[in-house]
Each structure stands twice: as C-alpha cells, then as structure tokens.
Design a protein around this ligand. Structure first.
Ligand code: GLU
Length: 398
C-alpha cells in the first residue's frame, strides 16, 4: 500500500503507546506498575462531573461555536489574567481538543513548509512529529544538565537562521520537571526582540509547581512585544484530572486566534459541548480539589525523589513542577543484564517492563539518550512498589 510521506515518517506517540501497553497487560491480570502515563490517578472532581450531567440533562448536546462557547473562552481569559497576569479578550481564546491540538493549531497558523521550529531537548515527544506533519523543520537545541535542561539565550541565538519562524518553550517542562525563572525568560525575550519569530509557550503544567520560591512565569507577561508574538497553550487535563475530557486552549492576539479557529473549524469543529460545560465549572467553581491534588503530588515527589537518590548508580534533578522525575540511567549502560545488552535507555525500559513489570518512558523519545521518565502521578502504593522494583533491578544486576 502506498501511504503518504507523512504517514510513513510518523510513529504512534510513545508516551501514549507505552502507557497503553501497560494498561493492556494490567487488564490481562499482569501486575504492572504504570509510571509511563502522564496522567493524574485522581478522579475528576465531583462538581465538574455534575456540570457535565446537567449539560446532558438540559440537552446541551449540539454543535457550539467552533472556537468554543463564549463563557468558557471568557473564563480562560479571566483565569490567565489571575494566573499569568496577561490580558486576553475572549476572542483571543480558542478551545481545542486537548493541548496537543492547541499546539498543532498554533503551528498550522504560523509555519509554511520548510520553516524552522526551534525545539529545546529534552522535549515532549509530540512536538517533533507535529512539526513534521506540517512540513516544517524541527531544529533541536540540546540543553545541558548543568543548565537544569533549560534553553539559554546564547544557545538560542546560535540556532536562529533566516528560516526560523517559531520557538517552542515548555514550562514547567515535560519530561524534566524544570521551571523557567522570570530572569531566564527575560534573557530569551532579549534575543527575540525585533525578530519575526513567534513563541508557542506550552504551559500545560503551570499550576503544578512545588517550590515556594518559584512562581510560574508566562513569557507572554514580559511585555507587549513578546505578548503579541506568543501563543500560550494550556489545558485542563493535568490540573483538574480531566485527561479524557480533551479540553485545551490557545491564548493569543485576536487576529491569530481567528486563523487558529478557522483551522480548527476544518478539522474537529468544536470541542465536545458537554466537556466545555464541565471545563467552565472547573475554571469558575471551587478550587479546593486542585489544591488537594497539588499537595498530594508534592508529597509523592518528595518521596520518590528521595528513594531514587538512595539507589546507587542512578540520579535525578529534583523536579520543580509537572509530575515527572527524569532519571539518569547512563551508568547502567554498556553491561549485559539477564542475557540482554543494555545499550540504550530503551533497553533499560524494556527490561524494567518485561522482567520487573514497571512501565517507564525511555528518554530517546524526548530527544536525549541515557535517561528514563518516571511519572509520579500514580498512587502512593504504586509509587512505593514501583520504586522497590527499580531498586531491585539495579541491586540485583549491578
Ligand atoms: N502528555 C502526557 C505524557 O507526556 C500524555 C500522553 C501524551 O499525550 O503524550 O505522557
């Protein structure tokens, strides 16, 4: 069969497929600990579910405007005013099917074939494939562990060419858990000043920050010029435990938002009407469930970070946000373990899955070798058991 060039070059999302494999094994009765899923284990809070039930019962079941219902667009604008200190009009907000579609919409509105998109690595795996699906050229900048895996102004400056059209920033970062400070973002802004380069700022994890001293800063809050050139991407999946509802958004100037809306009108039209009502309740209703989840995530982070740092030969920076621990396993490479050569982090992830029944994501899919990503958005029971198994893997074989 002849497939398109794109279909030939795209592989399914590894984060989704590794997690799906773990779930499939679980449903067959295999005792797998799933550290692969970037998904809160909490249930969607009751008030949000209730709003969806009410939407169904009142027959709110037809098409909505393709950019989203007005009250939800306004609620997102209000939310961003409070959390990011940036003013958007409701017309600048487009509600999308998860933040993944938001990223794709924004890129589709901004890049032409052959345009370059700068992506700092480690990156969330889907960015690369989305850029390729739009015939853009991903330009990867490798960040350094000594810079806490953050893009520096100097590295950005070097990567810019006349073809650069977009920079993708992600703070808090998936997979590293690192968070950009205001000063770091200011330095990046300085490089972009006067240039015709847009920023897609993926801030999906902005409510999940654990350090008292660090606050989430949106690059769009650093002045009018950068605000005009930034598309903020956000969503409700992670902070409100709503991954399956598929509600994300873009926030930007009205002209660009119009283009983003038009693009979405030809792909998925509006986000599910019921999910939109639920999202409105999430943003405008009581926020105590969000606080409680954040508190639990912090407790889990502290526990897992300590346990991992106690295991010889592996290490991790302490994540400041999101819910991932990015663990350096490079010292485990180059050795044969249970008849298998450990050459890459994929080999480590495979043996952890096959022999120790722990699902993790190998870092090659995030554009760097020698690490594994562990999601701590899992129950405390699973975290304790999963880390015990990783510890056994290292202690049994090294
Ligand atoms: N964003 C989550 C992750 O990185 C969910 C899966 C996905 O969409 O990639 O695991």
């Amino acid at each position: 069969m002849r497939l398109s060039r794109i279909a030939e070059s795209i592989r399914p999302s590894s984060t989704l497929s590794i997690s799906a494999r773990a779930q499939a094994l679980k449903s067959e009765g295999v005792d797998v600990i799933n550290f692969a899923a970037g998904e809160p284990d909490f249930d969607t809070p009751d008030n949000i579910k209730q709003a969806a039930v009410e939407a169904i019962e009142s027959n709110f079941t037809r098409y909505t405007r393709y950019e989203g219902i007005s009250e939800l667009r306004q609620a997102v604008a209000d939310y961003l005013k409070v959390h990011n200190n940036v003013d958007y009009t409701a017309e600048g907000i487009v509600i999308s099917n998860g933040s993944k579609q938001a990223v794709k919409n924004a890129l589709a509105a901004l890049i032409d074939p052959e345009d370059e998109v700068i992506i700092p690595a480690p990156y969330w795996n889907s960015y690369i494939d989305i850029v390729k699906m739009l015939y853009g050229v991903p330009v990867v900048i490798n960040t350094r562990v000594q810079d806490s895996f953050k893009l520096t102004a100097a590295a950005l400056e070097k990567a810019i060419t006349p073809k650069t059209r977009v920079l993708i920033l992600n703070t808090p970062n998936n997979p590293t858990g690192m968070v950009y400070s205001r000063q770091e973002l200011e330095a990046i802004c300085e490089v972009l000043k006067g240039k015709d380069i847009f920023v897609i700022s993926d801030e999906l994890y902005s409510t999940l920050i654990y350090s008292r001293k660090l606050k989430h800063t949106s690059i769009a809050s650093l002045g009018e010029e950068i605000k005009e050139k930034t598309v903020v991407v956000g969503g409700l999946s992670k902070s409100y435990a709503m991954t399956g509802w598929r509600v994300g958004y873009t926030a930007c100037g009205e002209e660009l938002a119009k283009a983003i809306g038009a693009i979405q009108s030809h792909s998925t039209s509006n986000v599910n009407s019921i999910a939109q009502k639920a999202a409105f309740e999430a943003l405008t209703g009581p926020q105590d469930a969000v606080e409680a989840m954040l508190h639990d995530f912090e407790h889990r982070r502290d526990y897992i970070a300590q346990r991992i740092s106690d295991i010889p030969m592996i290490s991790s920076l302490l994540p400041k946000g999101a819910f991932y621990l990015f663990v350096d396993v490079s010292k485990l490479l180059g050795k044969e373990v249970i008849g298998n050569m450990m050459n890459t982090s994929e080999d480590i992830a495979k043996i952890l899955m096959d022999r120790y029944r722990v699902a993790v994501v190998p870092s090659d899919v995030f554009g760097i070798s020698g690490f594994i990503r562990i999601s701590f958005a899992a129950s405390m029971r699973d975290i304790v058991e999963g880390v015990n198994r990783i510890e056994s893997f290292v202690k049994d074989n090294y």
